[in-house]
Ligand binder design. Sequence first.
Ligand SMILES: NC(=O)c1ccc[n+]([C@@H]2O[C@H](COP(=O)([O-])OP(=O)(O)OC[C@H]3O[C@@H](n4cnc5c(N)ncnc54)[C@H](OP(=O)(O)O)[C@@H]3O)[C@@H](O)[C@H]2O)c1
Length: 259
Amino acid sequence: MFRLYPSPAEVEAPHTIYDAITFPPPPPERPYTWINMVATLDGRVTLGRGRIRTPLGSKLDRILMSRLRVHADAVLQGAGTVRDAGYFPRVPDDLRAQRRAAGREEHPLAVVVTRTCDLPFDAPFFRQVPGRTLILTTGRAMPERVEAARAVAEVVVLGEDQVDLAGAMAYLRRERGVAYLLSEGGPSLNHSFFAQGLADELFLTVAPRIGGYRADLTAVDGPAVLEPLPELEPVSLYLHERELFLRYRRIDGSGRGGQ
Ligand SMILES: NC(=O)c1ccc[n+]([C@@H]2O[C@H](COP(=O)([O-])OP(=O)(O)OC[C@H]3O[C@@H](n4cnc5c(N)ncnc54)[C@H](OP(=O)(O)O)[C@@H]3O)[C@@H](O)[C@H]2O)c1
């Protein structure tokens, strides 16, 4: 692996590049938030809208995805991602001591936002680490779904028709002590994050492949052009074999100062 930016250099241990990174202090009203995604060269983050299960990224991408969680008090996913993938955001064994030393639980709190509470309650997201899953939902969710949810997770209703994302961030920060939040997508949730100025950084792996299907989603995919367009600057860029690992932060918001 080569670090292309800042200060170009060869990297001995590619899987550790994000182990010791730092983030700026969180703003008082919400967690400092970074999003992690993997896309093809033509920008797709799904293949056949989820019907094709080939992983987009390499084994190293999946390793870095799990290692990025070491810095997070909570990991958030949209319901679409939980329905599609259903994994619990575990931290690798060798990084748990680092979390304990920082006064954190071994695994982040796994949080899902959903209007409907229509979720796969048998999936590892809900079953793998008991007591570490939180569902943020709305008054629109069917009572029987909410009841089924309460059997496997903590459920908090935050809004009537939809979860107010800024309100949810304030809740996580104030009531749950979440100072650092990792969002693992998907694209609709990412759109809300950028639309509301709630995302500070984007970690994006660019896989050396072409998807090509126009119905596939991009990393940030929503019903409207973002206005104004969020502006970002590079924090670090790495090339490993044919794949790029990019870390960008917003320069029009609060995200400044990490290394
Ligand atoms: N390549 C990558 O890095 C990557 C990463 C993540 C996901 N993905 C893929 O992306 C696809 C899913 O993306 P997606 O955009 O369809 O789904 P998504 O963003 O994961 O989830 C969207 C859903 O989240 C809930 N939601 C979002 N905002 C909400 C709010 N403010 N209040 C209440 N609920 C809210 C709604 O759930 P309800 O429908 O329950 O109301 C909504 O339908 C999957 O195929 C997944 O594998 C790819």
